[in-house]
Design a binder for this molecule. Structure first.
Ligand code: PGA
Length: 252
C-alpha cells in the first residue's frame, strides 16, 4: 500500500440479506468502524436493500455501491438498473464485471466496457473486476488474460475518463473458495496491472490508481496482503456479511 493511495475496503454482499438484515448489518458497521478516516469503507448490498441501507449510513463515513448496472439510462429493459438510478439511490460506486456476472450472466469484456462507460457518465466510480481462472493460471496465461481484460474493458477511454477508476484483481480460483492468493501472487498481478495502466494511460494515472485484491480475504490475511506496495485495498465477499468480522478487516 502506497501512502498517497487511500486504501478502500469494499464489501460485496452479493445476493444475501433482506432489506432489514442489510440495514441492521450496515448500522452495526457504522458504529464498529466509527472514526476510521485513513481508509474508505464501502458496502454493496443488493438493489432492493440500497434505500434501507442508505437511511442508516447517511451522514456516516460508510460509502454505498451497486453490484451491477445496465448501460442505458432508461428504457424498456425489464429487470435492469441504470447508473442514474444507482446515483439516486445514494451510490457513489458500482462493481462492474465481477467474475460471477461473467460466468453466470454471460458478461463479456465488451459489455463490461459499455458498463464502465455508463458508470463514468453517471459519475459513479467503477470498481472494475478482472482475474484469471484456475485453468488460465495453471497454463501460465494469467498475464495475457489480465492484459486482454484491461485492454478490452478500458477500450476507448482517455486518462481523464478513468481518473477515479478502481480495479479489483480477483483471481476466480480464490473467490469463495478459501484459497487466497499469496501476498506475493497478488503483488505480482497488481504490479503487472499497474504497468498495463501506465502503458495505456501514463505514469500519473498508474501511480494514483487503486488496485484492490479480492478472493477469500479474511481477518487473518488482510494485513499481509495490505503490506504489499501495490495492494491498495480489498473487495471482500463472504467475510463482509457479518458486521463484526467485516469491521475487523476494515481495521486490519
Ligand atoms: P469472497 O468473494 O471474499 O467470498 O471470496 C470476493 C468477491 O467475490 O468479491
Amino acid at each position: 500500500m502506497e501512502q498517497n493511495r487511500k486504501p478502500l475496503i469494499a464489501g460485496n454482499w452479493k445476493m444475501f440479506k433482506t432489506c432489514s438484515e442489510a440495514a441492521d448489518t450496515a448500522e452495526k458497521l457504522v458504529k464498529l468502524t466509527a472514526g476510521v478516516n485513513d481508509r474508505e469503507v464501502l458496502i454493496a448490498p443488493t438493489f432492493t436493500a440500497l434505500s434501507d441501507v442508505r437511511n442508516v449510513i447517511k451522514g456516516s463515513h460508510v460509502l454505498l455501491g451497486g453490484q451491477n448496472l445496465f448501460w442505458e439510462n432508461e428504457g424498456a429493459y425489464t429487470g435492469e438498473i441504470s447508473g442514474q438510478m444507482l446515483v439516486s439511490a445514494g451510490c457513489s460506486h458500482v462493481i462492474i464485471g465481477h467474475s460471477e456476472r461473467r460466468q453466470y450472466f454471460f458478461e463479456t469484456d465488451e459489455t463490461v466496457n459499455k458498463k464502465i462507460k455508463a458508470a463514468i457518465q453517471s459519475k459513479l466510480i467503477p470498481i472494475f473486476c478482472i482475474g484469471e481462472s484456475e485453468k488460465e493460471r495453471e497454463s501460465k496465461n494469467t498475464f495475457s488474460v489480465l492484459d486482454k481484460q484491461v485492454s478490452k474493458g478500458l477500450k476507448d477511454f482517455s486518462s481523464d475518463d478513468v481518473k477515479e477508476l478502481v480495479i479489483a484483481y480477483e483471481p476466480v480460483w480464490a473467490i469463495g473458495t478459501g484459497k487466497t492468493a499469496t501476498s506475493a501472487q497478488a503483488q505480482e498481478a497488481h504490479l503487472f496491472i499497474r504497468s498495463l495502466i501506465e502503458k495505456k494511460f501514463g505514469k500519473m494515472l498508474a501511480k494514483s490508481l487503486r488496485i484492490l485484491y479480492g478472493g477469500s480475504v479474511k481477518q487473518n490475511n488482510i494485513a499481509e496482503l495490505m503490506s504489499m506496495p501495490d495492494v491498495d485495498g480489498a473487495l471482500v465477499g463472504g467475510a463482509s456479511l457479518d458486521a463484526e468480522t467485516y469491521a475487523k478487516i476494515v481495521h486490519f
